[in-house]
Structures are given as structure tokens and as C-alpha cells.
Design a binder for this molecule. Structure first.
Ligand SMILES: Cc1cc2nc3c(=O)[nH]c(=O)nc-3n(C[C@H](O)[C@H](O)[C@H](O)COP(=O)(O)OP(=O)(O)OC[C@H]3O[C@@H](n4cnc5c(N)ncnc54)[C@H](O)[C@@H]3O)c2cc1C
Length: 418
């Protein structure tokens, strides 16, 4: 009798299991985690769906069939999985991928529009020589919810899901396949292998590589743009290449830059939390900033007090751009104060051993803490050498500060200095 094992109930496996169960075929889905988990390729709240395909016209019939199935799955789950906001592909008119999108549309009579102006989709302004192909059948999908919905539909139709049951090996023989899973051996007539980014481990004979694609979320600059119910998904080809569409919570924008993606061994190797070392570095930086910022601010404010604002206004009135006014008037006037502030901040930070002792770790220590420890436990000339270098550095610093007349200016002696 026919029976099918589906190895991996992620994006592809959960859908395969659903379709098998719908046809009345006994099927079991094995997964190392539970359907909808966040470690596979399906995470990140949204995925693009489109029909005018830059990958070529051959996919279009499959995509149209897939669209009907997404809608069917949404109905069976009682929630919207595909949000049909439409989609745009933006890029240079002659770009091969733009030509492929147009060819897909032409070959299958898709209802696309070609725009050359910026009015309809202000979220994605066109540059010179660019066009925008609007695909009305595109939209975005909810990946995690889709996997959960497909797994639930499969179970309702009679399939079984063995969650938290990693498969170690699949052996094929003349009568079928043996699945060696964590809970023992299982026999099936057929197997569907859908382990996604873990395929290298389960199918070592195939020359596969696994790459991590990083999604990023940004806040919206303009509240009227990137509305999740109306703004089309967008793919930009050429330079830079990326996909971009509203975050589903309506707060921000999701961007996937199409950069050379980082090769990884396995999804299990990815760092999924903020490393403690990063937190410690931030703690160290904040502790030293709290100490040093007041000194720097006082010095820069003193420098700004002597700034002639009338000269800035005169330059602006004569047509100088704000950056040129800043570069030629403001910055030279406060340069001394900025350099003095930087030196004071550095010296204060360097000198404060007590705070440094509280925020250092065994992995990363500041130089003063190292010197302190050295003086306590080691008696060799290293500390003397470091001390000499520090005296030389201090002498150079004094000369540099004096050269820029910060000290004279601060104490009101700059007239004499001039
Ligand atoms: C950031 C990002 C953005 C993307 N954007 C889009 C997009 O906009 N549009 C689009 O169409 N595609 C997009 N893709 C691609 C799409 O998401 C993936 O192609 C798809 O999710 C792959 O599905 P999968 O079933 O192969 O893998 P997965 O969904 O990861 O499923 C694999 C499953 O197999 C299980 N498994 C693995 N090994 C074993 C084992 N030994 N035993 C038991 N279970 C195992 C895992 O636990 C997992 O559940 C994107 C991908 C990423 C990463």
C-alpha cells in the first residue's frame, strides 16, 4: 500500500503533506521542530508572491496555480494568508530582468502595466532611464501562518505530524524507504525530502551550499507611505538590487538587500541572540561616555560662544549652501574647541580606573586596567615602557592643544594669541 514520509514540514513540506492528505494518501510529516517554528527559511513575517516573473515565463502557469492554492489554504484556515496589494519590478528599461518580467507577462497575457512616472507608487521613485512594471496579481504572504495553516489542513485531512522528531537518515531499497528518526525506524513506500536549509546534512551526496539572507526593518519616514493594505511589494533590479515592502504591523518597511549572501554551515550555527560580548562593549562605551561627554560639551559650548553668527547669516544671504557655511565658517571657528574636547574626553576616560574596573571583563580589558593588574602581579619593565610612552603622548597632546589655542581661548587670552 502507498504511504509517504515527508521529511521537514516547513514551507514546502507542510504544503506537500496537505496536498497528499487531500488526495487520501496516508502520509507522515517529520520535523526536527514544530510547524511554524522560526529557525527555517520561512520566518520573517512576510514573503513576496508575484506572477510576472523575472525568473522567466516557464514559471507563470505554476504561479497561477499556486495563487489559487494560497487562496484555498486561506479559506480553509479562516484567515487571509495572501494580501493582494499588487507588486512592482523597478529597474533600467534594458535590464535583462525587466525584459524577462515583460516577456513573462506577454507570453501569458498577464494584466501588467508599464509606468514611466513617479505618481502612482511614490514609495519607489524612478531614476532616469528606469521603468516600473506593475503586476496586479502580486502581493505578500504570511509565511509562518501559512506553514501552520497547511500543517493543520493536512492533519484535518488525515495526515500525521511527528514534531520534534529529527530524521537522521533515509535509506532506500527495492520495496520502499526506511526513515531513521529519533524515535526509531519507520517504513514507507515513498519519501518527499523537504529539509530546506538543512539539506546538506540529510543529502550529503548533493553539492549544496547554505546561505543566510538577512531581512532588515526600518521605521517609515512618511506616515502616508508604505501602508500595508495598499502599498505594492517592490523588487528593484540593477544597482542597488533589493526587495522592499511594508512591515505587516504598519509601523515600518522591510528591506532585503540582494547582496552576496553569507555562506553558513547549517541554520543551527546561526547566532540568534545578541552575544554577551556585544552587550559588554556597549556597557563599557556608555560608562565612559557618561563620564566624558560633560567635559567635551563644556569645551565645545565655550568655543561656540565666541562664534560670530552674523558671518554665517551673511554667507547664507550671499547664497552659500548650509554645508559650505558649516565647512568654511562654523567648523574652523570651533575646531580648536572640538580637538580640546576630544583630548579632555580621552584623558578623563583613560584616567578613570575605578569605572573601568567595574565594566571590564576577562576577555577585553582597557589599557589602564591592564597596567593596574600588571603593577599588582608582575614586576618587569613593561609598565615602565608603557609609562614612558604615555609621557611622550601627553607631551605631544599638550603641544597639539596649544597649537590650536584652545587653552588660550578658553581663558580669554586669544586676542593676545592672535
Ligand atoms: C529572508 C528570506 C526571504 C525570502 N523571501 C522570499 C520571497 O519573498 N518570496 C519567495 O517566494 N521566497 C522567498 N524566500 C525563499 C523561501 O522563503 C524559501 O525558499 C522557503 O521558505 C524554503 O522552504 P523549505 O521548505 O525548503 O525550507 P524550510 O521552510 O526551512 O523547511 C525545512 C524544514 O525541514 C525541517 N528539517 C530539516 N532537517 C530535518 C531533519 N533532519 N529531520 C526533521 N526535520 C528536518 C526543518 O525543521 C524545517 O521545518 C525567502 C527566504 C528567506 C530566507
Amino acid at each position: 500500500m502507498r504511504s509517504v514520509a515527508v521529511i521537514g514540514t516547513g514551507t514546502v513540506g507542510s504544503m506537500a503533506l496537505w496536498r497528499l492528505a487531500e488526495r487520501g494518501i496516508p502520509a507522515v510529516g517529520f520535523d526536527a521542530y514544530a510547524p511554524g517554528h522560526d529557525r527555517g527559511a520561512a520566518g520573517g513575517e512576510s514573503r513576496i508572491f508575484r506572477t510576472a516573473y523575472k525568473e522567466g515565463p516557464a514559471y507563470v502557469p505554476l504561479l497561477r496555480q499556486a495563487r489559487a492554492l494560497w487562496e484555498e489554504l486561506g479559506r480553509s484556515a479562516g484567515r487571509r494568508l495572501l494580501t493582494p496589494v499588487g507588486g512592482v519590478t523597478v529597474g533600467p528599461r534594458d535590464h535583462p530582468k525587466i525584459r524577462a518580467v515583460l516577456e513573462s507577462a506577454r507570453a501569458h497575457d498577464l494584466p501588467v502595466e508599464v509606468l514611466t512616472g513617479n505618481d502612482r507608487v511614490p514609495e519607489h521613485p524612478l531614476r532616469d532611464g528606469e521603468i516600473m512594471v506593475v503586476d496586479r496579481e502580486a502581493g505578500y504572504l504570511r509565511p509562518e501562518a501559512s506553514v501552520v495553516a497547511a500543517a493543520a489542513a493536512a492533519e484535518r485531512a488525515g495526515a500525521r505530524i511527528a514534531g520534534y522528531t529529527p530524521v537522521k537518515q533515509v535509506k532506500e531499497d527495492a520495496d520502499g524507504v526506511t526513515v531513521l528518526a529519533q524515535d526509531g525506524e519507520h517504513r514507507f513506500s515513498h519519501v518527499v525530502m523537504t529539509p530546506g536549509p538543512w539539506a546538506r546534512a540529510l543529502l550529503p551526496g548533493l553539492a549544496l551550499s547554505t546561505k543566510a539572507l538577512t531581512s532588515t526593518w526600518f521605521p517609515r519616514r512618511d506616515e502616508s507611505l508604505f501602508e500595508p493594505d495598499t502599498c505594492p511589494i517592490a523588487i528593484r533590479v540593477g544597482e542597488p538590487a533589493y526587495s522592499c515592502f511594508p512591515a505587516v504591523d504598519g509601523v515600518g518597511v522591510k528591506v532585503n538587500l540582494h547582496l552576496p549572501w553569507q555562506e553558513i554551515g547549517s541554520p543551527d550555527d546561526l547566532a540568534r541572540s545578541v552575544p554577551v560580548a556585544y552587550v559588554e562593549q556597549v556597557a563599557r562605551a556608555v560608562a565612559h561616555l557618561v563620564l566624558t561627554v560633560p567635559y567635551a560639551v563644556r569645551l565645545v559650548l565655550a568655543g561656540l560662544a565666541g562664534l560670530d553668527r552674523a558671518a554665517e547669516k551673511a554667507a547664507a544671504g550671499l547664497g552659500a549652501a548650509p554645508f559650505l557655511v558649516f565647512w568654511h565658517l562654523t567648523l574652523p571657528a570651533v575646531r580648536g574647541a572640538l580637538i580640546g574636547g576630544a583630548f579632555f574626553a580621552f584623558i578623563t576616560s583613560f584616567d578613570d580606573l575605578t569605572v573601568a574596573l567595574f565594566v571590564v571583563t576577562t576577555d577585553l580589558q582597557t589599557l589602564p586596567v591592564r597596567i593596574f593588574n600588571y603593577m599588582q602581579y608582575d614586576y618587569d619593565p613593561t609598565v615602565t615602557a608603557i609609562g614612558t610612552l604615555m609621557v611622550v603622548f601627553a607631551a605631544v597632546a599638550v603641544v597639539v592643544i596649544e597649537r590650536f589655542a584652545v587653552v588660550a581661548k578658553l581663558f580669554g587670552a586669544d586676542q593676545e594669541h592672535k
